[in-house]
Write a protein that binds this ligand. Structure first.
Ligand code: AMP
Ligand code: MG
Length: 507
């Protein structure tokens, strides 16, 4: 089958295209269309055969019911019976919008549409293209997400074409959707009503309108004994091809744990993805790192989630590590979808972080202009089993200066450079438990210990690698003195790298 793709602008709707799409639906065909949540795969909700075609195109189990979309509130009464009194207030607040309500179904709704259930799920979307299409099709359009079952839901028409091109009659391309996560599902057949799937409309928002609502507790726990009440929630859904793992803990630990995991994968030659945010992006150096949105506005994260998961599929990453998000507001829906995409695999950031003793290594010299920056740069060139933030600092840095020119000349001759180095005074607050401080001279170590009484691990470089030599100070001497100093440091740094790798193995 050839799939016709039509661009459509919701601010200037082309009636001819909508007429044509409406006719396709009336004749039992399938048309994908934009809604404010995700793209839907439309079919005539009152035709049994149309539902069968929908399941076939998506590869969806036919016990997983479809949501019926309407454009006029009065139409609810044609497909649902025993509609509870609170429905009017909920509809007044949230319809049109990203809310699906479940009612007892009327006779006109075929069991094909409801997956064999006596209840029907109903939503009135906001999107003008969706509403025009529903009217043109006769008022009742069943529409699950327009993806292949098991893949992330489509938030762009291109995603629909990827999954369903050649399997459906038409795609209406209205550009990117607004919300990016499926609707909140609220079961109105129980008292109080119960949230079966979290979405942009939250429990708190319902409670302001109708008082208490329940939440289907099977949604957020990993291994529930009971089946979720929305049949669709039991499937491993929304899933990328790669194995997705959510790293959970305090954000600083999450970042550190993901850095460790990504570095390890890089060392082992595995291609991994990292789901980061605008705020945390600069911390990641290894792996395919994607910005999912800003933590200041989690709506941006909701909007990008499925697109980012699909992009990882295209780049053939084997594993994806994700930070976790707030479990309030839309964060709850984001975490629910991430958990499902991850098949509930969570990793404890603290547990992973514990595997690495030192996160940061700081070399200390007097002015931070020659020996300490040389040592730091040499260590950065070593083959290390774990990733460290490697820095140098001075104890008497009066103002920031570039590295000593002779030190730079020696480093250049060894294919390294200090050209980006600027000397900096040691900040006492960086002396924390997981920092390893290595001083060039004994006096520097003693000064740090007596002045800052520090929690960091402070050693001379010689002491840490178990050597009893000294590192000569070349300052004011000819280039050859810097050359000799380089040779001594080089040996010590090689031993340091070995020792660090040995410690890493022990963890
Ligand atoms: P989708 O259309 O892909 O957003 O999936 C529709 C979701 O609504 C699935 O999780 C279904 O299981 C759920 N659903 C639809 N109808 C009902 C119903 N009558 N009772 C409970 N859940 C439903
Ligand atoms: Mg779906």
């Amino acid at each position: 089958m050839e799939t016709k793709i039509e661009k459509i602008d919701k601010n200037k709707i082309n009636e001819e295209i909508i007429e044509e799409a409406g006719m396709i639906l009336k004749n039992g065909g399938l048309v994908a269309f934009p809604t404010e949540t995700v793209y839907g795969l439309g079919a005539d909700a009152l035709k049994e055969e149309a539902a069968m075609k929908t399941y076939a195109a998506k590869g969806r189990p036919s016990d997983n019911p479809l949501i019926v979309h309407i454009a006029e509130y009065e139409d609810l009464r044609k497909i649902a019976v025993n509609i509870p009194a609170e429905t009017d207030a909920l509809a007044a607040h949230f319809w049109p919008g990203p809310l699906t309500m479940i009612f007892e179904k009327s006779e006109v709704v075929p069991y094909g549409t409801t997956g064999g259930l006596d209840t029907v799920a109903v939503r009135m979307p906001t999107d003008e293209v969706a509403r025009a299409l529903i009217r043109a099709a006769g008022g009742f359009v069943s529409a699950p997400s327009a993806n292949t079952s098991g893949r992330p839901s489509p938030t762009l028409a291109e995603h629909v074409a990827e999954d369903l091109g050649g399997k459906i009659d038409m795609i209406l391309d209205g550009g990117a959707v607004e919300i990016g996560l499926e609707s909140t599902i609220l079961d109105m057949t129980v008292t109080p009503p119960m949230i079966l799937r979290p979405g942009a409309i939250t429990a708190e928002m319902f409670e302001e309108v109708i008082g208490k609502v329940d939440v289907d507790e099977t949604l957020l726990v990993a291994e529930s004994e009971k089946a979720p009440k929305a049949p669709g929630m039991k499937y491993r859904h929304y899933a990328p091809k790669a194995k997705l793992m959510i790293v959970e803990g305090d954000l600083r630990e999450e970042i550190f744990a993901i850095r460790q995991l990504a570095y390890k994968a890089y060392k082992e030659g595995r291609k991994v993805g990292v789901i980061a945010t605008t705020e945390t992006l600069p911390f990641y150096k290894y792996g395919v790192v994607k910005n999912i949105g800003t933590r200041e506005n989690e709506k941006t994260i909701a909007r990008n989630l499925y697109r980012v998961l699909r992009e990882f599929d295209e780049e053939d990453v084997e594993e994806i590590y994700s930070e976790s998000f707030a479990a309030q507001g839309i964060g709850k829906a984001i975490m629910n979808r991430l958990e499902k995409a991850a098949g509930h695999t969570r990793l404890s950031a603290a547990e992973i972080a514990k595997r690495q003793k030192y996160r940061r290594i700081i070399f200390i010299s007097g002015t931070d202009s020659a020996r300490a920056p040389m040592a730091a740069e040499m260590l950065r060139h070593e083959d290390l089993a774990q990733e460290y933030v490697i820095d140098s600092r001075g104890l008497v840095v009066l103002f920031p200066e570039p590295a000593n020119q002779k030190a730079e000349a020696i480093m250049k001759s060894a294919q390294m450079t200090l050209e980006n180095h600027v000397s900096r005074q040691l900040e006492p607050e960086t002396l924390v438990e997981d920092t390893l401080v290595l001083t060039i001279e004994e006096a520097e170590k003693n000064k740090i210990l007596s002045e800052y009484g520090t929690k960091a691990n402070v050693y001379t470089l010689n002491e840490f690698v178990g050597s009893d030599g000294e590192i000569p100070n070349p300052y004011g001497k000819p280039l050859t003195a810097y050359g000799e100093c380089y040779e001594i440091l080089r040996e010590l740094i090689k031993e340091l790298a070995e020792k660090l790798n040995y410690i890493a193995e022990e963890e």
